[in-house]
Structures are given as C-alpha cells and as structure tokens.
Ligand binder design. Structure first.
Ligand SMILES: Nc1ncnc2c1ncn2[C@@H]1O[C@H](COP(=O)(O)OP(=O)(O)OP(=O)(O)O)[C@@H](O)[C@H]1O
Length: 575
C-alpha cells in the first residue's frame, strides 16, 4: 500500500495535512536509513479495513471542504458582481438626477453608505408606519372604549328594562288575579241582586195583594195625603212624617193657648193609607194608584177624588202640566194622563188573552150645584138640562157628550177643551181657583172573545172645588163669590154626611145622597160597589194650618169609613 495518497482535483491541501504527510514521509526514510531493511509490519485484515475507512473518510471530508470553499468563492464573486451592478445603477441614477458625484471612499464605504441610507429610509418609512399604526390603534382603542361604554350603557339599560318588564309582568299577574276575583265578585253580586230583585218584586206584589185585601176588608176606601212643595209664599207649618218606611203618618204642630192664656204647642197626629211628602213626584203618586187602573179593566167601578183647600195642589195632582204639544207623558203629567196610558197599555197586553176594550170619556162640572157638560159646545151647554140617572151599577147623565177614545193621547185634547169651559175665578187665596167640581168619567167596556165575558166599569176622577172656609177665602165680601163658596161648602159637607152615614150604616139607615148634586152624581162610586180613593191635598204653609187640620179631620173620617166590599161588574155575552 503506497504511503502517499492522492488529493482530488481542485481540492486544496491544508498545510497541517501537508505537514503530516511530510512527517509520515520523513520518518520511514530515517528508519530506512538507520535500520536495515525492516520487515514489513504485517496488518491484519481488520486493521487494513479500518485504515481504508479512515482514508475514505478523510477523502470525503476534504472533498466537502473543497466544495464549501468553492461555494463561498462563488458567493463572493456573485456579491461583487451585484455590488458592481448596483454601483453602475447608482451612477446612472445620479447622472440622471445630476447629483454631485459621490465621494468615493471605496466600495465598502459606498456599500455601507447605501446600506445606511436604505436602512434610514426603511426606518423612516417604518417609523411613519408605526406612527400611523399607533394613531390607528389609538383611534381603534377610543372607538372600542366608546363602543364598550355604549355596550355597557345598553347592558345596564337592558338590565333595567328586563327588571321593569319582570316587575310589570308581576303586577299584571297580580291585576289579572284581582280582576278575576272582582269578576267573580261582580258575578256573585249580580246573581244576588237578581235574586234580591226577584224577592223584592215578589214581596212588592205580595204587599200590594195584601194591601188590596186589607182595602177590600176595610170597604175599599183609601185615603192618601199629599203635601205640596213650598213656593216661597209664606212661613212653613211644622209638618213631620214619623214613619219614613211605611209612609202612612203625618204630624202637625200648632200654636194654641192653654186655659191660663199661655202659648202652648199642640201635636196633631194622623194616619192614612199613604202620605206623600212635598218631594214626592207625580210618578210616585201614580205608582200607588196604578193598581186601581188594573181594577178598572177587571170590571171595578173606581172613583178618585181630590179634596183640599184652594191652591193645595188638587188639579196639579190629577191633571198636572199636561203636555199639549207632544201629548207625551213627562215628569209633570198628572194622574189622568198617566192612567190613560196605563189603561191602553194593559188593554193592549190583554188582547193576547182575547180581551177587546172600548173607552168612552165624559167631562162634567158641578157649579152652584148644577151639572154642566165641559165637552159640549158653548151654545148647547147653557140650554141643555142634565139629569142624573142611576141603574144598579152605573150612573148616566142625560144630554152630555160622550167621546169615544181610540188612543191615550186624545185625553190631552179633552182636558184642554174642558179647562177652557171650567169656571175659574180669582179669589184671595188662588188667582186661578177652580170654583166648581169637575168630574172626568171614563167608561170602559171589555169583551173576551175566548170566554165570552163582558166587563163594564166606570172610572171617575173628581177634582173637587177648594174646601176653604168663607172667612179665609175672602168670599164673604163678594155676593157672587159668597154664593159659590156656600155651594161648594154645602156639597163638601154633604159628601161628609154621606160618608158618615155610610160608615155607620148597617143596611137600614138612609144615605143622604140627594142632599147635593155632587153626592148624587157619585152615588154609585161611594155606595159600596166601587173602589174609592180620596186624595187629600195639603198646603205646607203655617197660614193654612187651620184649613189643613180641618181637611185632615175630614179625611180621617173618610179613612175610618167602612162602606162594604167592591165587586167586579161582569156578565156574559151568551146571557
Ligand atoms: N206637587 C206639586 N208640585 C209642584 N207644584 C205644585 C204641586 N202642587 C201644586 N202645585 C202648584 O201649586 C199651584 C196650585 O195648585 P192647584 O191649582 O193644583 O191647586 P188646587 O188645589 O187645584 O186649587 P183650586 O182648588 O183653587 O183649584 C199651581 O201653580 C200648581 O202648579
């Protein structure tokens, strides 16, 4: 195996390696010089292989080093080429810009200068970018802050609204529950009210029924008292109504003197079927009278007479402020128009049970004890003589106008016609005082096509002349007024006599109906076969206290009268 080794082409041998080679070469020569031919050391195969590996490793290492040197050389070469190229480019650029020639200090300085300039330029650009970025970051942060703040506010507002919604929902639920409870309560109250109304209505019907029974047992004379409201026309009397629930009592306090001549107060208490205080309306009064209208359709003769001193409200109660324009019932309408409307209404309802009713009206006046016809023409009235005739159940007055009525409204025209003919004269107590008795007579005939029943009844509504005494009315000084007052008082006292006789009559005693035209006309209405209502009108004034007491005493007498039980007048069309 040779001691020299071959170096690959292009591979530079390092000095150390060369030295090693020299040492290796010199040593064997010296050995060769000093020693006789040495015996070749023998290497075994393993050593030989190790050596071969060593050599091949060394060869590879050297090859790699040479390769690295070659690459480094190429890079340097390339770099110097690049620098030359950039120098040429810079020269061209400077020539183009006519910039002063750079002060050359060699390639390295120039390279450093260019590099520094580039770096400074890059730094400037980067700094500017940094500044821009910072500004953008600052703006973004500020926007983010604002956004965060707005978000926070919205979150807060949202939280508040959510809380409010929850609270409102809670309130709503409470209200719902309350409403539900209230609905249930209202429903229960309505049911209870309906029950109470039914009970009340039943109780009212029972009350009226029992009341009618009591009236029939008492002989069918009812007495109602009505005190008219004050009209600023004087000092008020002391009048009280002790039983506001039953409305049946009235008490008056009067000034008097005792035996010693000292002033004392006297109490006068009266009881009637009903007492209406001044605040009672026309409707209230009619409500207590309306059952009598049903009695008329059932065939009972019925008489209502208004009694009381002048100006106490008799005409107002019976006729009221009749609405002559529309002929409708308004609040001031009195008993007569209301009664007519009710009769027509009930008659209309009874049609379904086969009843057909006919109505005929008359209006008479008794003035100076003479009957006259308020519906007759003015000429005939003065000439005609009227005679009162009684059959068993009915009373007829000859030569009087009987008007068939086809509607309730027609009665307003009759009242107007009658009012014009009624004798009205001025007195000291009432400047439109009615100096005559007026009688509205309604004949009712009902026939039933199913049962063939016939009902005949008469309704008398009597507006009596003022009951005042001669001294207080001022009639004494005027002969014609005196004659009127005497006639009025005579007929009213005859009425009292008849009622007195009826109350003490047991079927044997003579009843003085003929003592006055008034009592004779009302014979069938007072005699026991009819229902009678006396409506006493009272003045509320202290100045009329004595007249009021007289009227109350007379009404008490009537109230105490028993004149038998009324019976309906019924027959059959088949008879
Ligand atoms: N209840 C009342 N409400 C309102 N005003 C009333 C009432 N009663 C009577 N008046 C009024 O009192 C006045 C006299 O009443 P009215 O003419 O009815 O008395 P009278 O008793 O009929 O009198 P006379 O016997 O003189 O005819 C009238 O103006 C009437 O309107």
């Amino acid at each position: 195996m040779p001691a020299e080794r071959t170096v690959p082409v292009g591979m530079r041998v390092r000095p150390s390696a060369r030295r090693t080679t020299v040492a290796m070469d010199s040593q064997p020569r010296a050995v060769r010089r000093t020693n006789p031919k040495p015996t070749k050391p023998r290497m075994n195969d393993a050593q030989r292989h190790a050596m071969q590996d060593l050599f091949s490793l060394e060869a590879r290492r050297r090859q790699e080093l040479g390769e690295q040197d070659r690459l480094a050389h190429e890079i340097r070469t390339q770099k110097s080429l690049d620098i030359d190229q950039s120098i040429r480019a810079e020269r061209l650029k400077s020539q183009e810009n006519r910039a002063p020639e750079p002060s050359w200090r060699g390639y390295n300085d120039y390279e450093v200068e260019v590099f520094r300039a580039e770096q400074e330029q890059i730094q400037r650009v980067l700094r500017a970018e940094i500044v821009q970025q910072r500004e953008q970051i600052r703006l973004l942060r500020s926007a983010a802050d604002e956004h965060n703040l707005a978000h926070e506010t919205m979150v807060q507002a949202n939280r508040t609204l959510t809380a409010q919604i929850a609270s409102l929902q809670e309130q709503l639920a409470t209200y719902d529950a309350k409403t539900h409870t209230l609905h249930a309560e209202v429903q229960a109250t309505r049911t209870r009210n309906a029950q109470l109304e039914t009970q009340l209505s039943e109780a009212e019907s029972l009350r009226r029924k029992l009341h009618n029974q009591v009236q029939e047992l008492r002989g069918n004379v009812r007495v109602y008292v009505r005190v008219r409201p004050a009209r600023n026309d004087g000092e008020l009397a002391s009048i009280t109504y002790p039983d506001p629930m039953l409305h049946s009592q009235i008490e008056l306090l009067s000034q008097a003197e005792n035996a010693m001549g000292q002033p004392t107060v006297r109490q006068h208490a009266f009881g009637f079927d009903h007492v209406f205080p001044p605040q009672a309306t026309q409707e209230d009064v009619f409500a207590e009278v309306s059952d009598l209208m049903q009695s008329v359709l059932d065939g009972y003769n019925t008489t209502i007479f208004a009694y009381g001193q002048t100006g106490s409200g008799k005409t107002h109660t019976l006729e009221g402020g009749a609405n002559t324009v529309s002929h409708k019932i308004d609040t001031s309408a009195g008993l007569i128009p209301r009664a007519m409307h009710m009769l027509w209404d009930v008659a209309h309802r009874l049609k379904t049970q086969g009843w057909t009713y006919e109505f005929h009206a008359q209006m008479l006046q008794i003035y100076l004890d003479q009957v006259s016809d308020l519906l007759a023409s003015s000429d005939s009235s003065s000439r005609e003589k009227h005679e009162i005739r009684h059959t068993e159940n009915h009373t007829n007055v000859t030569n009087t106008v009987v008007v068939p009525l086809s509607s309730a409204e027609e009665v307003f025209e009759l009242l107007e016609r009658a009012k014009k003919r009624r004798q009205v004269a001025a007195t000291l107590m009432n400047d439109r005082s009615s100096r005559s008795h007026s009688v509205f007579i309604l004949r009712v005939r009902g026939t039933n096509s199913v049962t063939n029943e016939v009902c005949d009844a008469t309704l008398n509504l009597v507006d009596l002349a003022g009951s005042e005494r001669l001294a207080t009315s001022g009639s004494a000084s005027d002969p014609s007024r005196l004659k009127e007052a005497q006639s009025i008082n005579k007929s009213l006292s005859s009425l009292g006599d008849v009622i007195g006789a009826l109350s003490s009559n047991h079927g044997t005693r003579h009843i003085p109906y003929r003592n006055s035209t008034l009592t004779w006309l009302l014979k069938n209405s007072l005699g026991g076969n009819s229902k009678t209502l006396m409506l006493l009108a009272l003045s509320p004034l202290k100045a009329h206290m004595n007249e009021s007491l007289c009227s109350l005493r007379f009404a008490s007498k009537v109230h105490a009268t028993h004149i038998g039980s009324a019976r309906a007048i019924k027959s059959s069309t088949e008879a």
